[in-house]
Design a protein around this ligand. Structure first.
Ligand code: 13P
Length: 249
């Protein structure tokens, strides 16, 4: 059965002191058993968060990694390094990485392979720009992002894949996809996974929605049949709003 997941993507926010304050507050919370809670702090806070959360039911994700296992790639971080500091999950293909750091599908496909070879879980992000939606090409675009970046993996790899649908026009804008728009796209994503793999695989994969999820809209979005949780940006930076979202299921 697919899991319900709420993951906080901190992006480039929170230094070590701020991370510590967040974690101290987070550890006072009661976590619902039916929801997997994840946070993705910056690289510099991962190991601290790992040690601090050792006895708590919160998983750690990294926000990115390099596609090579090692070598002369100044400034980059490998899968092995992430695992060595406690991150077994990595977010790949976030629209900010695609748009601002030129991560195209071949690079993302290579990153997916490297993460899987290193026995990591991948949160694979996809999402259309407003222009695509206005033109009515959003379904084609999503299909293309999935086919080019992800559909080369084996059936077995899907055990370690989570999809995050994040329409770019809804990220950090305060404009959320309506629950109907989210459901429509999530259902479509599940359909094309079923077509390319199998219904069983499609039924088992968790598909998260991301883009201006807040305490006041989370319940309605998470209430949709094919929405299994959220990838939360801004509202994951404060324990109070993050936990309200976690408790929206
Ligand atoms: P916001 O929740 O700030 O819109 O960010 C969403 C996001 O990009 C999560 O990865």
């Amino acid at each position: 059965m697919r899991k319900k997941i709420v993951a906080g993507n901190w992006k480039m926010n929170n230094d070590l002191d701020e991370t510590e304050l967040f974690l101290a507050e987070l550890k006072k919370q009661v976590f619902p058993e039916k929801v997997v809670i994840m946070i993705a702090p910056p690289f510099t806070s991962l190991n601290h968060a790992f040690k601090s959360l050792r006895d708590h039911n919160v998983e750690l994700a990294a926000q990115n990694m390099h596609q090579n296992n090692e070598g002369a790639f100044t400034g980059e971080i490998s899968a092995k390094m992430l695992k060595s500091v406690g991150a077994k999950t990595v977010i790949l293909g976030h629209s900010e990485r695609r748009a601002l750091f030129n991560e195209d599908s071949p690079i993302l496909a290579a990153k997916v392979n490297t993460a899987l070879e290193n026995e990591m879980t991948v949160i694979f992000c996809i999402g259309e720009e407003l222009e695509d939606r206005k033109k009515g090409s959003h379904f084609d675009l999503i299909k293309k992002q999935l086919s080019e970046g992800l559909f080369h993996v084996s059936d077995g790899a899907w055990e370690n894949i989570i999809i995050a649908y994040e329409p770019v026009w809804a990220i950090g804008t305060g404009e959320t996809a309506s629950p109907e728009q989210a459901q429509e796209m999530h259902k479509f994503i599940r359909k094309i996974i079923a077509e390319n793999y199998s219904k069983a695989i499609a039924d088992n994969v968790s598909i998260l929605y991301g883009g201006s999820v807040k305490p006041d809209n989370a319940a309605e979005i998470f209430g949709q049949n094919d929405v299994d949780g959220g990838l939360i940006g801004g509202a994951s930076l404060k324990v109070d709003s993050f936990m309200k979202i976690v408790n929206s299921f």
